[in-house]
Design a protein around this ligand. Sequence first.
Ligand code: NDP
Ligand code: 2IT
Length: 449
Amino acid sequence: MTTDAGATIEAIYADVLRRNPAEREFHQAVREVLGSLAPVLARHPEYAELKTVERICEPERQIIFRVPWTDDRGEVQIDRGFRVEFNSALGPYKGGLRFHPSVYLGIVKFLGFEQVFKNALTGMPIGGGKGGSDFDPKGRSDAEVMRFCQSFMTELYRHLGEHTDVPAGDIGVGGREIGYLFGQYKRITNRYESGVLTGKGLTWGGARVRTEATGYGAAFFASEMLAARGTSLEGRTVVVSGSGNVALYAVEKVTQRGGRVLACSDSNGYVVDEAGLDLQVLKQVKEVERGRVSDYAARVPTARHVAGGSVWDVPCEVAIPSATQNEIDAARAAALVRGGCVAVSEGANMPCTPEAVAVFQDAGVAFGPGKAANAGGVATSALEMQQNASRDSWSFEHTEARLQQIMHDIHARCAEAAEEYGAPGDLVLGANAAGFIRVAEAMHAHGIV
Ligand code: NDP
Ligand code: 2IT
């Protein structure tokens, strides 16, 4: 039975490679999920019969468009916009927008595919999608970012709607960009449709805790994994990569829970502060000044900046990779294990290569895959949609308590599915199996769609 299921999965993967050439990250994300599905297909032959896996691997809709805009010098710029509406079995397409020069269809599809299972794991009524652009916001003025966002939304708006597709932020897209995007959507449609975007400002439909949610959630997930092993974050040394939205609030929650965050990074290098990162200075540098982590080191006497190199050279007990895909390879994972790492909670999407994941799992390190560990962001987006639909606004405390419960439940769901499918403690298998089954069941109810 398992052998049949294994052969089916290999055939499906070969077809995904053939139909989606040169989309390396998408292949990697599909491989990772398919790698967990043999025991699920063995128990549910109907999924093979009705080609559920094949259908899930094919996005429902892919939109690619020109984004022309004029820079501050009057020069015309042309970027490429994407929105991949991957799966709407559980609810409207939901997922962030990434603005980064590395964005191409393969990145958007990998992120959209991950999002389908992540959103399913949250238990909330949201389908999966992702979008973005190869626009590089670095060094651009506010006015340039605004004109870009307006041009981007001038095409994208026709595909969106609170019941259709609801974007949010990701790399390079934060509160400022969501503001410009919302303003243009409202202007074009003449609708104050709060639920069409999440991550909004608190005065115009945003939800408390959405800013903090992904980083807090990744720290909560680390706590859950440690609690399952009878321990906690208290007194632990922690390294968080990146210094953006996810990283900053992972640092904040870890610190609140008694952990000491030794280091964080950006694409130019990393900063080490054995005293534990001073969050007030870090937030000032990153959120207010839009500066670099080198600016933090210049201001804090206990800190030093290392230009280039990898923040994963810093030994720690708990790692929360929160920058980007494939930042931890097998060699870095092995170094982390040698340095005493006991838990990894993926704040970013797919930050560990498959080889790195194997190193962690073989060494008995507690490993929380991104689709579970960073699901707090999108879950809180769903809470924002809920508040928008009821024209309500919840307190910070209430919303954080909801988030904490959601992360607890996701961990439990993954752990239970891992048990059920014969791999106790394997949260990768648990997350993939639990997420997949939830989507597959809804798709079955809907017929061949
Ligand atoms: P931000 O843009 O706020 O921050 C990204 C951080 O990662 C920056 O410090 C950036 O450095 C660094 N980084 C990005 N790309 C690279 C790269 N190619 N090489 C080295 N460093 C890089 O993004 P977020 O914090 O929102 O996102 C971080 C990760 O978390 C992403 O994987 C995203 O998909 C994931 N995520 C985000 C969620 C959210 O709610 N925002 C939800 C769930 C997952 P620099 O400034 O130098 O570019
Ligand atoms: O990867 C992610 O889950 C996000 N960037 C957040 C998506 C969302 O819709 O809040």
